[in-house]
Structure formats: C-alpha cells, structure tokens
Write a protein that binds this ligand. Structure first.
Ligand code: NAD
Ligand code: GLY
Length: 364
C-alpha cells in the first residue's frame, strides 16, 4: 500500500511517496534525478540499520551511490559539520546536474538540504526521512538549517527537495520515544486544521503507533497532504504556514529551559506546547474546555506528556520560560506570536495575548 502526494510549486513541484517498502524502490524512483555519483548522507545510527539495503536498491538501478556517514544527534546541525559535509560532497564529485540524498531524521534532512542549497550554488536533493517527525514534517516544505550558539535553525534557506520517499517500514527500528515525539506532530495537524483527522487519530492512533501498515501509512500520508497544501499556498511562511507552528512558542521555550537535552525531545515539547495553546485558548474564552480536554486526553492515552508537570526534572520557572519566549524567532515588534484554537481543527495566529493570562497558564 502506498500513496503519492504532490507539493504543487509550479516548476519546483515534487512528489512525496508514502508507503511501507517505498525505500526498496528508491533506485527506480530516484533514477530520473541521478546523474553521476550520488552521495547518500546519513547518520551512524541509520547507517547501521538501513544504509546497506538502501544503497543496494540504488545500485541495482545502476546508481553510483556513495555513502557519507555523520555522527547522530542535534549537534551535527552545526557549521563544523556543514563544512565537513561540504568537503565530503566535493570529494565525491557531485555536480550541479547531480543529486544528493538525505537518508535520516530531521537532523540529516536539515543539514543535507542546507549543504545541497549552498554547494556550487544549489544542487538537487532527495529526502528519505527515517523518523516519524521527518516523514510528517521536516522532509516536506523545503526548510533547511543549522544551529548556532545563539539558537536553533538560525542559519538556513528554503530549498525544496526534488522528491520525498517516506517509507513507513523504516519506522520499525525507531525507539518508541522518538516515534511518540513524531506522533505529537501528527496530532498537531488534526488540531490545527482537520477535526475529522483528529477523530480518526483518537480511534486509530494507537494502531499507527503499533506499526499497522494501513494506519501508519494513512497517518503519514494525511499529515503530508495537509502540509503539502499549506506549503503550496504559502511557501515562505507569510501567512497560513505559520499555523504549522502550533505548540511551538511554548514548546521551544520548554526545550530551551530544559537545555535542549534528553529531558524533552522536540516533539514532546510540541505536545506539551499544543496542550498549553488549548488551555490558553480556553482561558481567553476562544475554545471550549471539552475540545482542550479531548486533545490532552489523546496525548496521555498514547503516552505523550501533556503538561509542564509531566516533564522530568526541576520545573522551569515562569520567568525563565517568558525569557526564552522573548527570544523566539517569531517575536515581532516585541510581541509574541501564538497559534491559538477556536476548537479542534480551528487554529489561527494571534499576537494578542495578555501577559497576565500567559503567566497564569505557565504557572498552572
Ligand atoms: P534526528 O534526526 O536526530 O533523529 C532522532 C534519532 O533517531 C537519532 O538518534 C537518529 O539517529 C535516530 N534514527 C533516525 N531514524 C531511525 C530509524 N529508522 N531507526 C532507528 N533510529 C533512527 O531527529 P528528528 O526528530 O528526526 O528531527 C529533529 C530535527 O528536525 C531538529 O533539528 C528540528 O529542528 C528539525 N525539524 C525541521 C523541520 C523543517 O521543516 N525543516 C521541521 C521540524 C523539525
Ligand atoms: N515545521 C514547520 C514548517 O515547515 O513550516
């Protein structure tokens, strides 16, 4: 079972192939874009699990696959690793008419996409996301970036992939906690714009997380369809794309306050952040308590954190969280940007949140 979704961006349109076993067909699917040696950038964890079979698929189609294996982890999204990666790509000899493949999670996708965008002023690249988070979010939409000491994703460009291969079978080796963190982004799509999808997740989310083919393929494909639609309408985040940041203003502050450490994965921060966005919306009289309760119950039912108290370790103070929010990329004219909700599936962007109410929510 597989699905194909097109991100419609005129001449830069591309397909997202979602299905169990899609990577086994990678050779055939990537062949039209592959000219000369094709670097396959991955991390050490993914290399140990999936690189051989992936490279075999490319080789069987006659593609000259050249693996480049980087360290795993967020710290690889850095200038130091960008430099190393560019050197390795140049050593392979990929040129402007060629293709670079990112095989991995969001770290590999973001770094490789950025390297592809700047190397020789732009080379095509393909995303082969291997985490749930990367399959439903980071591999689609063309945001690429590295981190600096000043913060996350501060240096980057938009560079759309030529094709995305989201093989749900690769998720079988993903640690449960990483899978759940990606699921927070799936639930986010239901919350931000599709109440029927959220209802479907309430019934089928556990099956998707258990790896049942039909359920996980539907969840990933539906999330990709929603993201493809949003990106086609607003590639550069001038308006509707900002809805994808639901839960992120709170989430980023929580990630920063916990030192971007193992205490809180990005997706876990999004889970808590989205639950807080619902509670803030209720407090402002925008959303009913039943919808907020439903969202929180679903997070808890699948095993995700849904409140600040669920984060292990010392609770960050309200002042610390507010300070991190003040440094958010989305602050404009000194005002924080929030995505709030009128109900499940009805998100909107606002900068109109009274400071005292925000404090109350963070203190609850
Ligand atoms: P990640 O790439 O670090 O992967 C998480 C862990 O899972 C790593 O240890 C990795 O080695 C391992 N892994 C990956 N695939 C595996 C598999 N199939 N089996 C076993 N282990 C596997 O993290 P992530 O959560 O995928 O991505 C997070 C990054 O994505 C962050 O840097 C974030 O900023 C970025 N991001 C980007 C966008 C975007 O639009 N570009 C959107 C959301 C997040
Ligand atoms: N992950 C948010 C976006 O792609 O816009």
């Amino acid at each position: 079972m597989s699905e194909c979704i097109t991100v419609k961006l005129d001449a830069r349109s591309y397909d997202i192939h979602v299905g169990a076993g899609v990577a086994a067909n990678a050779g055939k699917l990537l062949l039209p874009y592959a000219h000369g040696p094709v670097p396959v950038v991955t991390d050490a964890n993914v290399a140990g699990l999936h690189l051989d079979s992936f490279a075999d698929s490319l080789k069987s189609a006659g593609i000259d696959a050249r693996p480049i294996v980087l360290d795993a982890g967020e710290s690889t999204k850095s200038f130091r690793w960008l430099e190393r990666l560019c050197s390795a790509l140049l050593a392979v000899g990929v040129d402007r008419g060629g293709l670079i493949v990112a095989l991995g999670g969001g770290v590999i996708g973001d770094l490789t996409g950025f390297a592809a965008a700047v190397l020789k002023r732009g080379i095509d690249f393909a995303q082969v996301p291997t985490t749930l988070l990367a399959q439903v979010d980071s591999s689609v939409g063309g945001k690429t970036a590295i981190n600096t000491t000043e913060g996350k994703n501060l240096v980057g460009v938009f560079h759309q992939p030529r094709i995305v291969l989201a093989d749900t079978a690769l998720l079988a080796t993903l640690p449960r906690r990483e899978l759940l963190a990606g699921y927070a982004e799936v639930a986010k799509y239901g919350a931000l714009g599709d109440g029927a999808f959220f209802e479907w997740l309430e019934v089928n989310g556990a099956k998707a997380l258990a790896g049942e083919d039909a359920a996980i393929v539907h969840a990933v494909a539906h999330a990709c369809r929603m993201k493809a639609d949003i990106v086609a309408r607003d590639e550069r985040e001038s308006n509707v794309r900002a809805l994808l940041n639901l839960g992120h203003t709170f989430g980023h502050a929580l990630e920063a306050a916990t030192g971007f450490s193992d205490r809180l994965l990005h997706g876990e921060g999004v889970a808590v952040g989205t639950a807080l966005a619902f509670r803030l919306s209720v407090k402002l009289g925008l959303c009913n308590g039943q919808d907020a309760g439903r969202f929180t119950r679903h997070l808890k039912a699948v095993g995700l954190p849904a409140s600040i108290a669920d984060i292990p370790g010392a609770r960050p103070s309200v002042d610390t969280l507010l300070e991190h929010m003040a440094h958010d990329k989305k602050v404009k004219d000194g005002k924080l940007t929030f995505v709030l909700l009128r109900g499940i599936g009805q998100a909107f962007v606002t900068r109109d949140v009274p400071a005292d109410i925000l404090r109350e929510i963070l203190a609850e």
